[in-house]
Design a protein around this ligand. Structure first.
Ligand code: ADP
Ligand code: MG
Length: 687
């Protein structure tokens, strides 16, 4: 086994060769494998079985259970072609214990000749109860002379695709093992690896374990290596050599003090602690890379404003970016209201249409201290003269690469801007440290006091009339309600379009002003709709999920969500976070279309049980699996092949340690691991 790996040698490792390097795999098969994202020998090895079949022991016919798969061996005692219009081949097979029918609906003359009376056969298939007693339909079989189907190890069953049989896939993996295992490189030095089998042993076990073997440790070995690779890769993104100087913001904090002093409330202890963390980062002269996690309503905007003021006082510009125009406009209002008294007027950069040129020019002008906008502000080549801080709100809406691109644009001279990414999808700390290994982590674990509780009920949509009546009664006493209608795709017949719902509610709620907001409205119309609801006469706002992120109307206390069974847990939690922001007790009604599936039932039960975003996020992880929650959009990384952040959570501290050691050590090792686990498309950053 080679003990040191150079980059040039790595290029010719059997592991990295295309699948066509294996005997028996031609272009046609390679094309089918590519549909499973299998292109290299290594990809085949990481294509792990979804389950195993046990063909290690022969089961006496009498002991084989109906509905179960079994390997049986016996002699053909009768055979016939039965049925006239659609003839099938019928056999009776006997061993010492009993008899079994075997049926082939499709068969060739040659098959028929081979499967004659007196021939001994080995059969593997599922036993079912036919008209003549137990039978197998189209079992795998071998006749005497061809040996037994009996195997020494469990038979892997791989996830597959149309036109790719289990058998062919199995043969391909076996060939890959034979080619790649003999000189498989262990990139992770022994001391960094948790105890357990070697990588080669682990792969051999997973692709063909003995019966009764605990595969946990073998899977753990693979998961560990994969997690270390991802983690180390993120760490390298964080330490971009040569760009380590950031705008130094060591200030007296006059603006911040003035701002906090003028607030009608005191910042929570959690807000103060995070502001202090950020302040230390800003003073260091190295670019801050920080993610702030806080549940909906925990007051992240205030923290962002505090950070902005420290940077502005140091003479730099601040850009605040939101994922939706609606939220960007809301931030314009909020920041404007807070900072105008300090002589700071925010500039809005949303979609740059008419007048875009002048606004771009104004953004560049270092006299413009605070710019608020959507991605447009970076996409449309706004060059900032003295950008000191980029705040990305609801950052889970953006990927790693977008995040990187944004701050790269933010180069202030030779320096890189500080980054504060904010996320309302709180996840457990260890997980966050893994997902955001390229960032430092701050957590707002406290909500501002005085928040009234929100009650949540789930009702079948057949009871919508009752809900309408209750909303009407509440509105007559001055309450405000969101009525959310998730419009997923046009043409989904069972989802009521927001427009139709708006018409219905307007009719059903005489005397109550009903507004409408959805994603396809013009920005100005959205603004007006929001404004009419927040401070105007509109009491019921029919909305699509455009209001999901960030929208802050403290006077709204009711929330009705249609088709709640179609929404994910995190999304429901975000939506519910729109109410219970002021002092009024909130009521959330989840309308669903019965019957509720098991998953939807679990989601609703969880929402009713708690409003703690961290607990909800954990439950969401359990229900959906980490792959779904941190899909490539979230992290900018392709999904894991073997690892699962929830199942493998216990590994994460050791993963972080190994990853740190790895990035400080021999870069050849990391390169090898990256090639092994991340696939080239990752290097291209196209995820
Ligand atoms: P999120 O973390 O979801 O972005 P926001 O920043 O929108 O939350 O804050 C939610 C609401 O709480 C806003 O109306 C904000 O003004 C208010 N708020 C923030 N901090 C405090 C505090 N310390 N005390 C009272 N209210 C606060
Ligand atoms: Mg927010």
């Amino acid at each position: 086994m080679p003990s040191s790996i150079s980059a040039s040698a790595a290029a010719s490792l059997p592991w990295e060769r295309p699948v066509t390097a294996l005997s028996g795999i031609g272009p046609a098969l390679a094309e089918r494998l590519a549909r499973l994202e299998i292109r290299t020998v290594g990809d085949l090895l990481f294509h792990l079985p979804s389950r195993y079949e046990d063909r290690t022991a022969v089961t006496p016919i009498r002991r084989a259970g109906i509905g179960q798969s079994a390997l049986v061996e016996g002699e053909i005692v009768a055979c016939a072609v039965v049925g006239r219009s659609r003839p099938s081949l019928w056999l009776e097979v006997a061993d010492d214990s009993g008899r079994l029918g075997v049926r082939f609906f499709h068969f060739t003359p040659a098959q028929r000749r081979r499967l004659g009376a007196g021939v001994r056969v080995s059969l593997y298939g599922e036993l079912r109860l036919g008209l003549q007693g137990p039978e197998m339909v189209h079992p795998e079989y071998r006749c005497s002379g061809e040996g037994s189907l009996r195997e020494a190890a469990l038979t892997p069953v791989y996830p597959t695709t149309d036109g790719l049989s289990a058998k062919v896939l199995r043969r391909a993996v076996r060939a890959a093992l034979a080619l790649a295992l003999p000189d498989l490189v262990e990139y992770l030095p022994g001391p960094l690896r948790p105890p357990g089998p070697s990588l080669a042993e682990a792969l051999r076990l997973l692709h063909g374990p003995p019966p009764g073997c605990d595969l946990g440790p073998a899977r753990g070995v693979l998961a560990f290596e994969e997690l270390v690779t991802h983690h180390a890769h993120l760490l390298t993104l964080r330490h971009v050599p040569g760009r380590s100087a950031g705008p130094k913001c060591r200030v007296a904090g006059r603006l911040l003090a003035e701002f906090l002093g003028a607030l009608p409330f005191a910042p929570t202890a959690a807000q103060q602690a995070v502001i202090a963390e950020i302040r230390r980062d800003l003073e260091r002269g190295r670019p801050m890379r920080r993610v702030l996690q806080g549940d909906v309503g925990s007051g992240k905007t205030l923290v962002a404003a505090a950070a902005a003021l420290l940077v502005i006082e140091a003479g730099f510009q601040v850009a605040v970016m939101a994922p939706t125009e609606l939220l960007a406009r809301q931030h314009m209002d909020t920041f404007g209201g807070w900072l105008r008294p300090l002589g700071i007027e925010p500039l809005g950069l949303m979609r740059l249409g008419a007048g875009g040129k002048t606004r771009r020019a104004r953004a560049r002008d270092p006299e413009t201290r605070l710019v608020v906008g959507t991605q447009a502000m970076f996409q449309e080549a706004v060059g900032f003269e003295r950008l000191g801080l980029v705040v990305i709100d609801e950052q889970h809406r953006f990927g790693v690469h977008e995040r990187q691109a944004l701050t790269a644009k933010g180069a202030a001279g030779a320096r890189r801007a500080h980054l504060l990414a904010m996320s309302a999808t709180p996840i457990p700390r260890t997980l966050a440290q893994s997902v955001y290994a390229d960032l430092d982590l701050s957590i707002l674990d406290e909500r501002p006091p005085g928040r009234a509780p929100v009650t949540t009920v789930a009702l079948a949509q057949t009871r919508r009339d009752e809900v309408v009546a209750r909303v009407r009664a509440a509105c007559l006493t001055g309450a405000k309600a969101y009525w959310v209608c998730p419009l997923i795709e046009e043409g989904e017949s069972d989802l009521k379009a927001a427009g139709i719902l708006h018409g219905e509610l307007a009719r059903a709620l005489p005397g109550v002003s009903v507004g409408l907001i959805h994603g396809r409205m013009k920005a100005a119309d959205k603004d007006r709709a929001m404004e009419d609801f927040a401070r105007g006469p509109v009491q019921v706002l029919v909305a699509t999920t455009v209001i999901e992120v960030g929208v802050d109307v403290p006077s709204a206390s009711l929330l009705v969500i249609e088709n709640a069974e179609r929404l994910g847990l995190a999304q429901l939690h975000q939506l519910r976070g729109r109410i219970g922001r002021g002092g009024l007790p909130g009521h959330c009604v989840l309308l669903y279309k019965p019957p509720l599936g098991e998953m939807a039932r679990a989601r609703i039960a969880c929402l009713r049980a708690t409003d703690d975003g961290f607990l909800i996020a954990r439950r969401d992880l359990e229900l959906r699996g980490a792959g779904e929650v941190f899909g490539s959009r979230q992290t900018g990384l392709p999904g894991f092949r073997v690892a699962d952040l929830v199942r493998d959570e216990a590994l994460l501290p050791a993963v972080a340690k190994a990853a740190r050691a790895l990035v400080q050590g021999d870069s050849g090792l990391l390169l090898g691991l990256r090639k092994r686990w991340l696939r080239d498309r990752h290097e291209l950053g196209s995820a």
